[in-house]
Design a protein around this ligand. Structure first.
Ligand SMILES: Cc1cc2nc3c(=O)[nH]c(=O)nc-3n(C[C@H](O)[C@H](O)[C@H](O)COP(=O)(O)O)c2cc1C
Length: 591
């Protein structure tokens, strides 16, 4: 008989890499084992806010016992040890695999070794992927929307546990399922509704602290699949009342459940409204496709354009044809030079569904034996479509500069798609209002930001005039940064940046330089005299009048800008006699 779970914390594994574990009862017969990864950094695009992450798994005991998800391989010894303290592995009857991303399914092989009789429940696609991942035979059952798993009644609590499954493809992997336990009202969603936020709090106690991470995670992982989310939410609405969403990353959503679900509804319906979208294709479990496609998709989303991620391996032919045919732009990875028959057939469907009015583009998957990128590009352009951006080449394991380059290329593409909307918005202002607004003026500044070291150093810059002091104690300012600016990615809460104040008597060369249209990933400082170490957070321009070193405290969202409030930590003036350049405008519908 299973041991009752209790709250326990296992000490960090080592002091360099803070990893710890937590086990807590969350409902009747239900406990969570959370692996806390305090320092997981932002190298992966969605880890933007550097608050670490958690990998959550769940144990549910009826007459039979189910485990929902495992953990990341880095927790192999400690997670298995803690699990064994809770239950003898051979007493676990079922393992529900919400999706096969390795941070949740990394220890499935070990579970099979400990309990070869365990039955794995997952979507059909997930079971196929798992076979390639674990290389061991296992008992399995494919589940989809409406299928159930009855765990029966727990003999001690008298509570019955019955799982109902919902297909939730693309959230954020193609093979995702949600599982709802009718016995406790808990919905298990793994990646969906999650956030990368590591703390000892099991629940969402403090929503204002969590909100920026929740939003950032949504923008990176869920937004590109807003259409799939709307569909999944419709399925969720058919369930009885949910009291907790047990996520795979971050705190469980219970105390402010409605708030988070309403956010998902609002953001997803906004994003899926428009007819025009870019289809960003990828191949799951091939090279760096997954992360690279996310970087492109994130960039497209920044420009307020719709995007749909499409897994060429998992998408059914008819759906694939519809998604590609309906897209305004199609982005494709290099595929293996010798694709298997199924993939070959998907590629055929993809190429046949393209049409002449689309923008197209290609990126390297860096999968090991990719077809040459120029060959793929020319197949894609066989109908003489316009190229949205130059082929994105990868010659080594992608680093943060590559992800930045891919994101910027995505933003360029997004701007192509949202151009008509932007022009209409510029024309929509009443001309008197417009002229009056134009009488607001500001100084002229170059905002710079830099993160990372060596080959992982990322730098960016932009000209800004919407900068204003916003507090005395501590000294603080706001800068309004358009949502599609490249530098926006480097200005998340906690990030540092520098405001370079331009001089009235020599601002023009610097302004001309930084207003150039830079290709994706270009070094925006080439040919400019900078001091890299004078301020924390970004280069200081030698020809600037003054600089202010800032740390982002808060971000307020306006329809097209992020209003970034930052505390000023450093500052210096190069010439006490000179004045700040001022920007006078005639109209308020542009800068
Ligand atoms: C005078 C002037 C002031 C500007 N002020 C701002 C600003 O405050 N915020 C902003 O997001 N963009 C501002 N811009 C636009 C950006 O500087 C410019 O489009 C940007 O450098 C392009 O960078 P991107 O490639 O990242 O979009 C301004 C442009 C000009 C000409």
């Amino acid at each position: 008989m299973a041991v009752a779970s209790e709250s326990a914390t296992v000490a960090p594994l080592n002091s360099d890499q803070r990893l710890s574990l937590q086990c807590e009862e969350i409902s009747t017969d239900t406990s969570t084992i959370r692996c806390l990864d305090w320092d997981r950094s932002r190298f992966d695009i969605e880890f933007g806010l550097r608050n670490g992450t958690t990998y959550n798994s769940y144990l549910i005991r009826g007459a039979k016992t189910a485990l929902v998800d495992t953990s990341h391989l880095k927790f192999k010894d400690t997670w298995l040890q803690l699990l064994k303290q809770q239950i003898e592995p051979t007493a676990i009857d079922y393992l529900i695999v919400s999706h096969t991303e390795p941070d949740h399914s990394g220890l499935v092989g070990q579970i099979i070794d400990l309990n070869p009789e365990i039955e794995i429940l997952a979507s059909k696609v997930a079971l196929q992927f798992l076979q390639d991942q674990v290389h061991r035979p296992f008992r399995s059952r494919a589940v989809k929307t409406g299928d159930e798993l009855d765990l029966g009644t727990n003999p001690t609590s008298g509570n019955a546990h019955r799982f109902e499954f919902l297909s939730a493809p693309n959230l954020h992997w193609p093979d995702t399922i949600f599982s709802f336990d009718h016995g406790t009202g808990i919905l298990y969603t793994c990646d969906a509704f999650g956030m990368h936020y590591c703390s000892d709090d099991v629940y969402d106690k403090n929503p204002s602290a969590l909100a920026p991470d929740f939003r950032f995670y949504y923008d990176c992982l869920m937004g590109p699949n807003a259409r799939s989310l709307v569909q999944a939410l419709k399925r969720v609405d058919t369930l009885p009342e949910i009291n907790t969403i047990a996520v795979g990353h971050g705190p469980l959503l219970r105390d402010h459940l409605k708030l988070w679900v309403d956010d998902y509804r609002e953001w997803s319906s906004q994003r899926s409204e428009s007819e025009s979208y870019a289809a960003v294709c990828y191949l799951s479990q091939y090279g760096f496709c997954d992360r690279l496609s996310q970087a492109i998709a994130h960039g497209i989303g920044k420009a307020d354009a719709q995007v749909q991620l499409v897994d060429l391996r998992a998408c059914e032919a008819q759906e694939l044809s519809g998604l590609i045919g309906g897209a305004k732009a199609v982005v494709v990875p290099t595929w293996p030079s010798q694709p298997d028959a199924e993939l070959q057939s998907s590629i055929g469907t993809l190429l046949a569904a393209l049409n002449t009015k689309q923008w197209v583009a290609v990126y390297d998957a860096y999968g090991g034996n990719d077809a040459p990128i120029d060959e793929v590009a020319s197949q894609l352009r066989s109908l003489e479509q316009k190229e949205a951006f130059l082929p994105l080449r990868i010659r080594k394991v992608p680093d943060s500069n590559d992800y930045q380059r891919f994101e910027e290329a995505g933003t360029d593409l997004g701007q192509l798609l949202s151009r008509a909307k932007t022009m209409a918005a510029m024309k929509s202002l009443d001309s008197n209002l417009d002229k009056a607004l134009g009488r607001l003026s500001g100084g002229l500044y170059v905002v710079t930001a830099s993160q990372g070291e060596g080959s992982n150093r990322r730098r960016s810059a932009m000209v800004a005039s919407w900068v204003s002091q916003a507090s005395f104690t501590p000294p603080g300012l706001t800068v309004a940064v358009a949502k599609d600016r490249a530098i926006e990615t480097l200005m998340q809460v906690g990030d540092r940046f520098v405001i370079n104040v331009l001089r009235e008597d020599n601002y023009q060369p610097l302004m001309r330089h930084f207003l150039k249209r830079f290709p994706p990933g270009a070094d925006r400082f080439e040919g400019i005299n900078v001091l890299d170490d004078a301020a924390e957070g970004g280069p200081v321009l030698l020809d600037a009048l003054a600089f202010l070193g800032c740390r982002v405290e808060q971000r307020l969202e306006s329809p097209d800008h992020w209003i970034i409030y930052a505390v000023v930590e450093q500052g210096n003036v190069a010439d006490a006699e000179a004045s700040t350049a001022v920007h006078h405008r005639k109209v308020g519908n542009h800068y």
